[in-house]
Design a protein around this ligand. Structure first.
Ligand SMILES: [Zn+2]
Length: 459
């Protein structure tokens, strides 16, 4: 467990709190008005595109229909003059012949040199679950909302970014720089077959891409600067197998684990509740350190649901617990691990034969883009201009693909901004509002004008 990859991220600078620069040049203003009209005209197209994307059931796990959705996106964007690269993440976790991890990267270069703005969306959706009253893959439009798994997280955001880019190209074909749109695999399971793979291949290198917007559902007037850190670990306690009628001849690993949970309740959970962050994390409950006990298993394996036999009587000799610790930018990952080790040492002092092991499963360090970063300033200004209100800055309680762009790609000018209500993600009857998609497409298109349109570029 190395701590060498910890990046120190300085806190938000006070000077960046200043209102976004409201002074616009007349050319940009004129282009913006044309862009908004273009987007209103493209409302039906935006709805149809979102529905089409929802109807490709890209469930992850196992990672289905990635190739299909990449081909759909390729066809659409190639017709608008984008150069297309289909990239399979060979050898990434989850990649197989049955479930290949396909990604699409589309790039449209402008007429003049300049910076590249990249919109990255994940194409996978999580399991449907129970409780739906609409078809999860039907894309039904009802009362201005489009329903389906992934509508909000994040096919609505992907569709909004595509239509925003297309509307921008219609009014400003001779722009500076480049626009990229990517659809990437596996975000819901860590992003290793998606953005992490592309970042390793140089797709997010700062010399290729300068601004990244990830249209995750953070609400249309909020800019997400980053996310908390993650430490997943497995704790195992050991016992000794014996006949269940004579447990005194063995040693029950589950009882040892019970003592661990008890000690967590006594000392760890109260301590975590005291740790508060200056990061603008939403919702409020996530402004502190948190720990979830993800799963616990001891003794005999669970049988298939159709198994009709009884268990055999044994004292469990092993119990495993998976913990999901989310930590703050003010915390060090070594400290996070040390707290768990302290719980185990405390239990060890008071119990005979207490033996344990801890294995790290996964770690992600917290990340936060500076408020003064150009992409933050540009999108904040676009929110102010299109919605007439100041952008709200937030930090996500859970991680998303920004971690790979930041750490592997070394590109720190990255935010999440997109339509959809965060709380609906992964829920039954997930939906995205059409008006929200239009509004956020205006913000994305307006940002393209400010970053890529120069006086000689206007059509
Ligand atoms: Zn998402």
């Amino acid at each position: 467990m190395s701590s060498s990859d910890r990046t120190s991220i300085s806190p938000l600078s006070a000077s960046a709190d200043a209102a976004p620069n409201a002074a616009s040049n007349p050319m940009a203003e004129h282009l913006a008005q044309r862009l908004y009209a273009e987007l209103e005209d493209r409302r039906d197209d935006l709805i149809a595109l979102t529905q089409d994307l929802i109807r490709i059931p890209t469930l992850n796990p196992p990672g289905e229909f990635y190739r299909d959705i990449c081909e759909y996106l390729s066809k659409r964007l190639a017709a608008k003059g984008f150069e297309i690269e289909l990239v399979r993440a060979h050898g990434a976790p989850g990649d197989s012949e049955k479930y290949p991890r396909w990604n699409v990267v589309a790039r449209r270069d402008g007429k003049f040199p300049g910076e590249c703005v990249h919109f990255n969306s994940h194409i996978d959706v999580v399991d449907v679950g129970l409780g739906w009253t609409t078809d999860p893959f039907g894309g039904e439009l009802k009362d201005g909302k489009i329903y389906g798994r992934g509508a909000c997280d994040m096919k609505g955001g992907l569709a909004a970014s595509i239509v925003a880019a297309e509307a921008f190209l219609a009014i400003c074909p001779d722009f500076h720089g480049a626009i990229e749109i990517s659809g990437t695999a596996d975000e819901e399971s860590g992003g290793f077959g998606g953005v992490a793979y592309l970042a390793e291949k140089g797709f997010f290198a700062p010399e290729r891409v300068q601004h990244v917007i990830i249209p995750e559902p953070l609400n249309k007037d909020r800019i997400c600067l980053g996310h908390r850190g993650v430490w997943w670990a497995e704790i195992e306690t050991f016992g000794e197998i014996a006949h269940g009628s004579m447990p005194f001849l063995g040693d029950c690993a589950v009882r040892h684990m019970g003592a661990v949970v008890n000690e967590m309740e006594e000392s760890l959970f109260p301590a975590l509740a005291q740790k508060r962050t200056d990061m603008p994390v939403v919702p409020e409950g996530a402004k502190q350190s948190t720990l979830n006990i993800n799963s616990m298993h001891g003794g005999q394996a669970e049988q298939d649901p159709d198994f009709t036999g009884l268990p055999s009587p044994c004292v469990p000799d092993s119990c495993r617990m998976i913990i999901d610790r989310r930590f703050l930018i003010e915390e060090d990952i070594n400290e996070v691990q040390e707290e768990v080790m302290q719980v185990l040492r405390t239990v060890e002092e008071s119990r005979d034969n207490f033996r344990y092991d801890v294995k790290e499963l996964h770690r992600v360090l917290p990340t936060m883009t500076e408020k003064s970063a150009p992409v933050v300033q540009t999108v904040a200004k676009a929110i102010a201009e299109t919605m007439g209100k100041e952008a709200e800055y937030v930090v996500s309680p859970g991680t998303y693909d920004q971690k790979h762009i930041d750490r592997i790609g070394k590109l720190h000018n990255c935010i999440a901004y997109g339509p959809g209500i965060l709380d609906l993600a992964h829920k039954p009857d997930e939906y995205v509002g059409v008006e929200d998609m239009i509004d956020s497409a205006k913000v994305m298109g307006r940002s393209l004008i400010d970053l890529l349109a120069k006086p000689e570029a206007a059509a």
